[in-house]
Design a protein around this ligand. Sequence first.
Ligand code: ATP
Ligand code: MG
Ligand code: FE
Length: 349
Amino acid sequence: VVVLGIESSCDETGAGLVRDGRLLGHAVASSMDEHARYGGVVPEIAARAHVHALTPVVRRALDEAGLRMSDIGAVAVTTGPGLSGALQVGLAGAKSLAYALDVPLHGVHHLAGHVAADTLEHGPLPDPCVVLIVSGGHTSLLLVRDLARDPIVHLGDTLDDAAGECFDKVARVFGLPYPGGPAVDRAARDGDPAAVAFPRPLTGPRDAPYDFSFSGLKTAAARWAEGHARAGRELPVADGAAALQEAVADVLTRKAVTACRAHGVGTLVVVGGVAANSRVRALAEERCGAAGIELRVPPLRLCTDNGAMIAAVGDLLVRAGAEAAPLDVSIDPSAPLEFAALQPRGRAA
Ligand code: ATP
Ligand code: MG
Ligand code: FE
């Protein structure tokens, strides 16, 4: 069965087509540029952009796969978490297609999509594996078994800001363009990570081993920048970016490897937009290599929000014989991650 996946939880409109774990085609449109002058995603603008982008994106994914609308055998869609207006647009489109084509509809948890993204590149996930989700809205360490059937175990989460949010906010303070993550990564290339001693939050012996905190790091970076401004000195942005990136990568990879060791797990999967960060990737590779842990990181285009990852979850659900969602399924903007299939019924959106 060819599964169409639709993603619209934030500022990317994505469509992907997956059959039997294989990616057949996908396309993404982003309204990122429209948000740039506000320094963050504006929900109303995002929702409107999805309305314009959805049909062309589905069409492009079909063209890339060499398939027709009538080849679609199931539709999977992100029903949460995310911006409610944005989610509504994707869900309305998915329902229309499922109804018109008379095929089953599956509601998918956005973060389960990020987890499944890696299967499109590296094949089925080993059971169990530890997954580090690092994105603009989330920083979570998970113990994942069978994604289509078993509940996901939360080992830890961020207590305040997400890692991506920290990159985005500090980038603003450093005068780097939006979105901040990629800009910090680029700026850090010419910097010295040892030039500034930024803190490593929650890494003390009495701290929760798998929880994260990035707001203190953000404040430390802002103070460092203010210090230069007060002294009338030019800000060494490259050094600040390199040191910030080093601190984030250090904390993320240290905790992820500890989680693998503690649970006797041989595979670490790093997903989400921040998995695109070059230092996070390099340090994860180094530390997993030293610990004898297999590291899996999907390619960049599958790390950030896309429809292929939602189709990947839909494909797993279809093959596991999961029950389809009713056509009155609603969105759940703050859905907790427990199961990959997200099908709240009879709840006001
Ligand atoms: P969520 O998935 O939690 O709802 P999101 O959709 O905003 O959040 P993604 O699209 O997965 O998250 O990732 C976007 C985030 O990744 C942004 O915070 C962005 O700055 C960050 N990011 C992207 N590339 C890089 C990079 N090279 N280095 C650091 N951060 C990056
Ligand atoms: Mg995004
Ligand atoms: Fe995301």
